[in-house]
Design a protein around this ligand. Sequence first.
Ligand SMILES: Nc1ncnc2c1ncn2[C@@H]1O[C@H](COP(=O)(O)OP(=O)(O)OP(=O)(O)O)[C@@H](O)[C@H]1O
Length: 240
Amino acid sequence: MIEVQNLTKKFDRFTALENLNLSFTDGKSIALIGPNGCGKTTLIKCILGLNVIETGDILVDGKSVKDDYLYRREIGYMPQIGRYPENMTIGQTIKMIKDTRKISETHLDTELLESFELEKMFEKKMGNLSGGTTQKVSAVLAFMFDPKIIILDEPTAGLDPLSSEILKEKIIKEKNKGKLIIITSHLLSELDDMVSEIVFINEGKVIVQQSVTDLMTERKSEKISESIVSILKEMKNNAQ
Ligand SMILES: Nc1ncnc2c1ncn2[C@@H]1O[C@H](COP(=O)(O)OP(=O)(O)OP(=O)(O)O)[C@@H](O)[C@H]1O
C-alpha cells in the first residue's frame, strides 16, 4: 500500500506537485493521467526516493520513504526511458541486476523474458538496441523480482502491437495476484482493460481520484478516454 500525505514538491521556485493526498491499495491497478508536465513522473520519482521530499510524506506499507531505501526492494520500476551501460550486452545487464538483488533463480519471474524472446538477443549491446527492445529489457527487469508493487512509466510507448499486448496481459495477471500496479500513459484507449482506478493530475494538483466503475457511472461513458474528455471539458468550462 502507498499513502501520499500532503506532498508538495518544488524545483527551486516552481511547484511541480501541490499538496497531494492519495491512497493506493494492493490489488488495484491505478492509472496516473494528465497533460505533459503535470507531475506524473515527479510523483513516481518521489515514491521511488529518486526525488527528495521536503514537504509532506509518502508511506510504502506504512514506512516513510524518507527512512531508508529497503522498501525499494518491493517495487519493480519500468522507467519512461531506461538508461543502461552502453557497452554491456542484454545478458550481462540482466545478470548484473540479478546478482545485486541476490534472489535465487527459482524465485525469478522470467515470463516476460520468454514471451519477448529476449534470450535470442542476449549478445547484443545495450547501446545498439532499438528503443522498443530497450523498453522490453526494462519491462523484464520491472517484473523479474516478483515485487509487490509495480510502477510503469509509459510502458507501451515504443512497443510494437504484439509486445504491447504481451505486456498488458502480464500487467492484468499480476494485478489479479493482488499486486499494486501504477501506470502512467497517454494512450487512454489501452487503459480500459488494465486499470481499476484513475488519478487525474493537472498542474501538479489531483483533480480526480476515482474507481473506473464510479467514473464511468458518473460520466455516463463506457470508456476511460470519454470520461477524461468529459473532465477536461468541465475544467475548460469552469475556467471560463
Ligand atoms: N529535476 C527537475 N528540475 C526542474 N524541474 C523539473 C525537474 N523534474 C521535473 N521538473 C518539472 O516538473 C514538471 C512536471 O514534470 P514531470 O516529468 O513530472 O511531468 P509528466 O506529467 O511526467 O509529463 P509527461 O507526460 O510529459 O511525461 C515539469 O514542468 C518539469 O519541467
